[in-house]
Design a protein around this ligand. Structure first.
Ligand code: FAD
Length: 470
């Protein structure tokens, strides 16, 4: 494309979204060209912020005609480089931020893709409903991005991930057509499930412009406990016990190793260790019940006492007030931020069958430490979903540069073990640019072939977020 062609395209896009909602100024675009950890930096011709589905469709159609790639972005909190452009037009969805419909009786809300997740949770609460998706980044990530990455978070155990919370979608396709699949139906067996093609596709098949989301009754009582456990194996035994006793109400089971807790305690100025003694690991547990009178706390205490009796649990603290609950939650929520201070970090967002979690840790930690002596394992995550943030922090006596040069070797060691355990190399954050090469190594070849054919069918000229995932 010539410079004149690009200028003509940008003028057309400016005409569609309005002068105030498009920029090609490098300084104004800067934050849209990098991902959260700064691992990837890209280039863009412009950033556009359309306000309606029609404007999105018009922008995409003109970009397709000019052969210029389009990269959708929501809150840009993704950590796999999926939103980083490479000579593209970045299309930001933040102005598609309207709640179109709230149907409390049907248990649905239909919303624009640019709605901030925390705002949607609040809107649902106002209607006396729960929108169950909850992530530490919920103050800035957008529902379109959440669906495009099939986000998980802390409530997956009870309510499922973004895919399970979505009933319908509206999508602008790479040729500029609009697929209206917005539907609040629980039952609809009229052919292929197109919606699930776009969920988790990381913007490679189309731009999600709106979604119909599933709401749940709002819990009337919540109990939060912080548990000290002697090992990951013991944490699994406690998990099994809690599931048996509280299956209907167990909404969170988050595993935290001692080094992670120490790090977050240093990071949070007002935080203190909830327990007097130190333990190998901890679990943040939440129960959420619909019955306001049910004495969840008493039931939880009974189960925990049985776990102590059985030697699975060393200590337990149950929050006695909202502020105590928030302090306990903060220990988990600030984990991602706290680890930044430790230096180089080889991150692995993996899953294995829940029953194999402790065996995985037992095998994978020494394998990593054999690869790089002095590595500091920083292991925490959504234990109840079989999903670990299996992060390896650089040794104290190694430079960050030297460590980062070795990160690839570590990824290989971890991913090979994940494959041996029948797991997934990406449980939450997606593939983006970060894991594209690894996907080729670990994904079933037939699945990869099908994915490539679907991409070619929907996007034959490869303008929709090219180079990501596949
Ligand atoms: P972006 O980062 O803007 O985009 C992510 C991907 O989706 C890109 O490939 C982009 O091209 C595509 N995309 C964005 N919008 C659209 C759209 N409308 N249509 C089509 N494609 C689109 N993730 C979890 O799953 N669980 C967690 O617990 C979690 N915790 C986090 C905590 C922190 C502190 C941070 C920084 C991130 C965390 N994440 C977590 C990762 C991130 O927040 C999620 O992936 C989130 O869903 C991304 O939403 P976003 O709006 O920021 O999307």
């Amino acid at each position: 494309m010539t410079v004149a062609d690009i200028s003509a395209l940008l003028e057309t896009l400016r005409g569609i979204v309005g002068n105030r909602h498009m920029t090609s100024d490098p300084a104004e675009m800067a934050l849209r060209l990098v991902e959260d950890r700064g691992l990837f930096t890209g280039t863009a011709h412009a950033v556009v912020r359309p306000a309606t589905t029609q404007e999105v469709a018009d922008c995409v159609r003109h970009c397709a005609k000019a052969g210029v790639p389009v990269v959708p972005q929501g809150g840009n909190t993704g950590v796999a480089g999926g939103g980083v452009p490479d000579g593209a037009v970045v299309l930001v969805t933040d102005r598609l931020n309207r709640i179109h419909d709230m149907d409390a009786l049907n248990g649905t809300m239909t919303v624009g893709a640019g709605c901030i997740l925390a705002d949607l949770r609040q809107a649902a609460a106002k209607a006396d409903r729960l929108f169950a998706l909850s992530l530490s980044s919920e103050g800035s990530c957008q529902i379109g991005g959440n669906l495009a990455t099939n986000a998980g978070g802390s409530n997956v155990l009870r309510y499922g991930n973004a895919r399970n919370l979505c009933l319908g979608l509206e999508v602008v396709l790479p040729d500029g057509r609009v697929w209206n699949g917005l539907s609040g139906l629980r039952k609809d067996n009229t052919g292929y499930d197109l919606k699930n093609l776009f969920i988790g596709a990381e913007g490679t098949l189309g731009i999600i412009t709106a979604a119909t989301l599933k709401l749940h009754p709002r819990p009337r009582r919540e109990e939060t406990a912080f548990l000290g456990v002697p090992s990951a194996e013991a944490a699994l035994a406690v998990y099994d016990r809690l599931r048996a006793a509280h299956a209907d109400t167990l909404s969170m089971f988050e595993y935290i190793e001692r080094f992670c807790l120490e790090t977050v305690l240093r990071h949070l100025p007002d935080a203190c260790d909830p327990m007097e003694d130190t333990h190998a690991a901890y679990v943040l547990v939440e129960l959420a019940g619909l019955d306001a009178d049910a004495d969840l706390a008493a039931r939880l205490e009974t189960t925990l006492a049985e776990a102590i009796e059985a030697g699975e649990l060393s200590d337990a603290v149950i929050a006695q007030s909202l502020s105590q609950r928030q302090s306990l939650r903060a220990l988990r929520e600030d984990m991602s931020e706290a680890q930044k201070a430790l230096g180089g970090n080889a991150k692995h967002d993996i899953s294995v069958p829940v029953s194999r979690l402790s065996d995985f840790i037992r095998v994978a930690v020494p394998a990593c430490q054999k690869e790089i002596r002095g590595l500091r394992p920083f292991v925490f995550g959504h234990f109840g979903d079989g999903n670990l943030h299996f992060n390896m922090i650089q040794p104290v006596d190694m430079s960050r540069v030297d460590f980062e040069a070795r990160a690839k070797d570590l990824h290989r060691v971890v991913n090979d073990i994940v494959a041996d355990f029948g797991g997934s190399i990406s449980a939450e954050h997606g593939i983006g640019l970060l894991k594209r090469d690894a996907l080729r190594r670990y994904k079933d070849p037939v699945a990869l072939d099908l994915m490539a054919r679907i991409k070619a069918l929907l996007d034959p000229i490869n303008i929709m977020n090219p180079g990501k995932v596949l």
